[in-house]
Design a protein around this ligand. Structure first.
Ligand SMILES: *[C@@H]1O[C@H](CO)[C@@H](O)[C@H](O)[C@H]1NC(C)=O
Ligand SMILES: *[C@@H]1O[C@H](CO)[C@@H](O)[C@H](O)[C@H]1NC(C)=O
Length: 320
């Protein structure tokens, strides 16, 4: 999700142009307009298969029907008093929790005191939005997942901790603290734990600063129930962002600047599933939720903004 705009452009100059790999089928569903920079940081999927797209460059949740003849992102809800959105997770059918706050995208920072967790209820057809809690200590809050019926987890990337939030009472606390969640000491790239996703009693995570992918057994309250194991590391000159677990529980990880890596569990063997310059800074992904889309991975991108050009975020459908 949140990513460093400076490091990738520095890395880009070191990389030869990437080539598309032919083992997956990739289709661009939509590209946000390039008049102003739209950086799409996170994605969720509704019961009806429509995508929810969180922009970090504006406080807007967009919606897009990936099966429309000409898929188009339209604003679903705009939050007041904030500049962007990050993690989003479904807490019950068509009810989502998400991070709202003030991000300084180019400096990789968040404004402390600006972050809150909100609920977006889409069960009635029109969005009903309510604040769950502020987390004033939060630095850029980033990836989110659902731990159990009432508890969501949210990653604080620069601090390297995971908060648990009770979505009914708004009570929150530091649930997990571990050096494997922290950015490397003295890193010019101060992002630790980034994407987090729970399946059954296991929390999977990426650490973008250490460039690791790992897992941790957790309780229904989101606290550690064991120790962290590191499963994979990103290739040199690339870095891990968010990921999605497929039906078999294997993570598909977005890899800056242009790739997607699959990790096969439990062995941890990993390979590049896609590497294409057409995909500009993939940030997050999610699998389709119907019979005909469960092998379709929807990928969103940050795009890039430099002094000379803007490439806004994109939405791809990749058949795996
Ligand atoms: C993507 O392709 C480019 C060009 O072949 C290569 O330099 C780069 O290392 C590849 N990236 C990954 C993650 O394999
Ligand atoms: C966050 O940004 C909004 C919109 O620019 C502004 O009104 C608000 O004061 C900011 N909050 C903080 C804590 O900086």
């Amino acid at each position: 999700m949140l990513r460093n705009k400076l490091l990738p452009s520095f890395l880009l100059s070191l990389l030869a142009p990437a080539l598309a790999e032919a083992n997956v089928n990739i289709r661009k569903l939509y590209q946000f307009p390039n008049d102003v920079f739209h950086d799409i940081e996170n994605i969720a999927i509704r019961s009806n298969g429509h995508l929810l797209l969180n922009a970090i460059t504006e406080p807007v949740v967009y919606t897009l029907d990936p099966r429309a003849a000409t898929p188009t992102a339209t604003p679903l809800h705009q939050f007041d008093g904030a500049t962007g959105l990050a993690g989003i997770t479904e807490v019950s059918p068509d009810v989502f929790a998400l991070v709202v706050g003030n991000y300084s995208v180019h400096e990789l920072k968040g404004i402390q005191g600006s972050f809150g967790i909100w609920k977006l209820d889409l069960t009635s057809g029109t969005p009903v939005v309510s604040k769950i809690t502020s987390i004033p200590e939060g630095q850029p809050l980033n990836g989110m997942t659902t731990a159990s019926e009432n508890v969501v987890l949210v990653a604080d990337s620069p601090v390297g901790i995971v908060y648990s939030v009770n979505i009914n009472t708004g009570a929150y606390q530091v649930a997990i603290q571990d050096t494997q969640f922290q950015p490397p000491p003295g890193s010019p790239f101060p992002l630790g734990v980034n994407g987090i996703h729970r399946r059954d009693g296991t929390l999977y995570f990426t650490n973008s600063g250490l460039n690791t992918f790992g897992k941790l057994p957790i309780t229904a309250q989101g606290t550690a129930a064991g120790v962290i194991s590191i499963i994979a590391s990103a290739p040199a000159n690339n870095f891990y962002d968010d990921f999605a677990l497929d039906a078999g529980g294997n993570p598909w990880i977005t890899l800056h600047p242009h790739a997607l890596e699959i990790v096969r569990l439990p062995s941890g063997s990993h390979s590049i599933a896609l590497n294409s310059t057409e995909v500009v800074h993939p940030t997050s992904c999610i699998f389709g939720n119907s019979c005909d889309t469960k092998r379709t991975l929807y990928v969103v991108t940050a795009g890039e903004e430099t002094e000379s050009h803007i490439i806004s975020g994109q939405v791809f459908a990749i058949t795996v």
